[in-house]
Design a protein around this ligand. Structure first.
Ligand code: PFF
Length: 450
């Protein structure tokens, strides 16, 4: 077995939970979830999302942390250690590539959030301000230099946290940012649901209309659940390796899953009532956050304050997720290339400066460069969320279900028999990991291909 690096570990179980929740809560919750709810018929989609998250995603989350803690080291080392086969290291390398692809477009959106935070602090979205938000957003994101510079700023902020290390960087900032995220989203939610006319938005979120559900919505719910919980990208394998031996992994998985889902629903409550109160179309896509919301802020009481709170929340959520993506890649390079933390982090940053800039330019001057009709930015998003993350999730459950086996799985989730866990619960979880999750993932993949 590879020796664990003792300086790379969370100092407490709460540190691990805060960092993993920080990773889970991200642009996926605030940017993707509300518009997917809008496009897939509101409450019915939320119900499907909840069921999938409970039955499929949470056990996969557990399986990832089992591999990480039992195997230790970088994701590739962890896979090799628990499977006993060198070839499984490829699954860890794939996780690193997945994180690179996600990170490449994530830093671009992270840069946009910095720009919009600055605009809101400068009072651009205060009540009564006259703005043409579609032109404003389009003009900014298609320009050549400004969005690239903001993405570099975002990379620089992230790299500082990574270089500070697991305890002083990731754990410390997560313990600060994670509670702030919850307080902020609750504040914005309260403002939104108390707007005149907000009831239609609340009904939309909580009164299910199952006739609007179709197979596409099921796929969207599964993909979103994976993306939101950061599954299939080795995040929990990396953080699992830093988790104290005494931690109850099953309880942790449940807490991370419930917190992320609660936050996503709260994000829906913060956005949808305002969208309905101002008569805006809820099915609008990704532009909801950067185009529709600024317009709404200029029309609502306390709009200026809300805009600052909202873009600050979006910024914190983006940073805490980017940190985890960055850490998966850094830890892999540290072990594969035998590099120190700071040189590994600098290598990652340099490559990201290039791939991130490419994604940013693909919204403007490189718009014409497309693969299957998608620009580079959309292609990175599509391939990582729909293909790489699901394949990563499949490899995780296959490794635990079919290579590691039930005995070792139970030994790990009970911390060598020291944690009391109902045997029936352990059996159900293992059954889902071994049979249900692989079947669901493969069936989904087949339906996407055909
Ligand atoms: N969970 C993040 C979000 O919802 O925005 C995205 C993400 C972070 C995916 C980290 C994968 C990952 F490893």
């Amino acid at each position: 077995m590879t020796e664990k690096r003792h300086n790379d570990a969370f100092s407490s179980n709460f540190g691990m939970i805060a960092a993993a929740i920080g990773s889970a809560i991200g642009l996926g919750n605030l940017w993707r979830f509300p518009y997917l709810v809008g496009q897939n018929g509101g409450a019915a989609f939320i119900i499907v999302y909840l069921i999938i998250t409970l039955i499929i995603s949470t056990p996969i989350l557990l399986a990832e942390s089992v591999i990480g803690r039992r195997g230790g080291g970088s994701p590739a080392e962890a896979y090799i250690n628990v499977s006993g086969r060198k070839a499984w290291g490829g699954a860890g390398i794939m996780g690193m590539i997945t994180c690179f692809m996600i990170m490449s477009f994530y830093v671009v959106v992270g840069g946009w959030t910095i720009k919009y935070l600055i605009l809101s602090v400068a009072g651009q979205f205060h009540r009564g301000a006259i703005i043409d938000s579609p032109t404003m957003f389009e003009g900014f994101m298609t320009s050549t230099t400004a969005p690239i510079i903001y993405s570099w700023l975002f990379i620089a902020l992230t790299i500082v946290i990574i270089i500070l290390g697991v305890q002083k960087g990731i754990e410390k900032t997560s313990k600060l940012m994670m509670p702030m995220l919850f307080v902020l989203i609750i504040l914005i939610g309260i403002r939104s649901v108390t707007l005149p006319g907000a009831k239609a938005g609340i009904d939309y979120l909580f009164k299910p209309d199952f006739s609007s559900l179709n197979f596409e919505s099921l796929l969207a719910a599964l993909g979103q659940s994976f993306f939101s919980l950061s599954l299939g990208a080795c995040m929990l394998i990396t953080y699992g390796a830093y988790t104290p031996k005494s931690s109850n992994l099953t309880k942790n998985a449940a807490i991370i899953s419930v917190s992320d889902t609660f936050f996503a629903v709260m994000a829906g409550c913060a956005i949808m009532p305002a969208v309905f109160a101002f008569g805006v179309n809820p099915t609008q896509g990704a532009g909801l956050v950067f185009v529709t919301l600024p317009q709404i802020f200029t029309q609502m009481p306390l709009g200026g304050v809300c805009s600052v709170l909202f873009f600050f929340t979006l910024f914190l959520a983006a940073v805490s997720s980017a940190v985890s993506l960055f850490e998966v890649i850094t830890s892999s390079i540290m072990s594969l290339g035998k590099k120190s933390r700071s040189s590994a982090a600098l290598i990652v940053a340099l490559v990201l400066v290039m791939t991130g800039s490419l994604c940013s330019l693909s919204q403007g001057v490189l718009r014409g460069v497309t693969i299957h009709g998608m620009n580079i930015f959309d292609q990175f998003d599509y391939v990582s969320a729909n293909f790489l993350m699901t394949t990563g999730g499949l490899l995780t459950v296959l490794c635990v279900g079919w290579r590691m086996g039930k005995e070792q799985f139970v030994d790990e989730i009970t911390s060598g028999g020291t944690i009391n866990l109902p045997p029936a619960l352990a059996s159900v979880l293992f059954f889902i990991i071994k049979y249900v999750a692989p079947i669901v993932i493969v069936a989904t993949a087949i339906s996407i291909i055909f």
